[in-house]
Design a protein around this ligand. Structure first.
Ligand code: YXS
Length: 259
């Protein structure tokens, strides 16, 4: 059974997350299906991609599939992790990706939405970044996504509190492009996509890639790289990391001891 729906119409490709039973958790299978769809969209020279959940969704995505977060001293967000692959796919897709948001966006899905080129959300949509709640040592490129999308104090409030933020608050911060009522959001987003689709796809694709390169242009010394890896290893080898994952699986509140 496919975990997404995909369609192309008038040069606009739409991917609909369709894994409601697990609240559109970003499992490896779902991520691979999105990646394959992006390849199909590329072959069909799609000019805009829209990433959405089913209309009326209460949860847009519950984030990384917690059941796929490794224990036993493995990096939970390494290069080959499905969420990391999905973020890179969105950033590398040669046309704008618009996130159409209804419902709650959680954890790694919050980063996924922030990595999209534009965000259109309903007033009821909420956004929560959850590494702190789960005890996960988020990775450097993931944190850079937050830092490139949000003012540092807002990024830190999202990351340190794990509390959902409203679409209105994020729109005031310039993170969300438009807040649109649910009844109008599909047409609104398609109208914006059609405007883009009538412009030069070459110019847009090259500007998108330049903006990606510029946003990622940070000098990091080998010593800094090794320090980051060492700091993260302490966390994913910690009792707290295992506690966060196990508490989620046991549907209880985690107790963090800072070790
Ligand atoms: O118990 P069953 O088998 O029915 O499955 C339940 C949930 O276990 C499952 N599910 C998930 N499975 C894997 N990974 C997930 N992230 C996940 N979220 C949910 O889906 C079934 C229905 O869930 P339920 O009963 O809780 O639905 P609900 O409608 O009452 O509540 C919806 C949510 C989204 C509020 C609730 O499911 C929830 O709080 N989910 C976890 C949100 C979250 O903390 N996500 C962060 C995942 S970790 C991540 O993204 C990064 C690694 S990080 O943390 O670093 O950002």
């Amino acid at each position: 059974m496919s975990l997404i729906l995909a369609e192309i119409s008038d040069g606009i490709g739409t991917i609909t997350l369709n894994y409601e039973i697990k609240r559109n958790a970003l499992s490896e299978q779902l991520v691979l299906e999105i990646a394959a769809t992006f390849e199909k969209f590329k072959a069909e020279r799609v000019r805009v991609a829209i990433l959405r959940a089913r209309p009326g969704a209460k949860v847009w995505s519950a984030g990384h599939n917690v059941a796929e977060l490794p224990l036993g001293g493995l990096d939970p967000l390494g290069w080959q992790d499905p969420l990391r692959m999905l973020i890179r796919d969105v950033e590398a897709f040669p046309a704008p990706v618009i996130a159409l948001i209804e419902g709650g966006v959680w954890g790694g899905a919050c980063e996924l939405v922030f990595a999209c080129d534009m965000i259109v959300a309903t007033p009821e949509a909420t956004f929560a970044a959850t590494p702190a709640k789960l005890g996960v040592p988020y990775n450097a490129t993931g944190l850079l996504t937050f830092l490139n999308a949000a003012p540092p104090h807002i990024a830190k409030e999202l990351l340190f509190t794990s509390r959902p933020m409203t679409a209105a608050r994020l729109e005031r911060q310039g993170i969300i492009n438009h807040v649109v009522p649910a009844a109008e959001i599909t047409d609104f987003t398609h109208e914006m996509a059609q405007t883009i689709a009538h412009n030069s796809p070459l110019a847009i694709g090259v500007m998108k890639e330049q903006l990606r390169i510029l946003a990622a242009a940070h000098a990091l010394s080998p010593a800094d790289f090794e320090r980051i890896q060492g700091l993260r290893r302490v966390v994913y080898n910690s009792r707290d990391y295992a506690e966060g994952i196990n508490a989620f699986k046991e549907k209880r509140t985690p107790v963090y001891l800072g070790e």
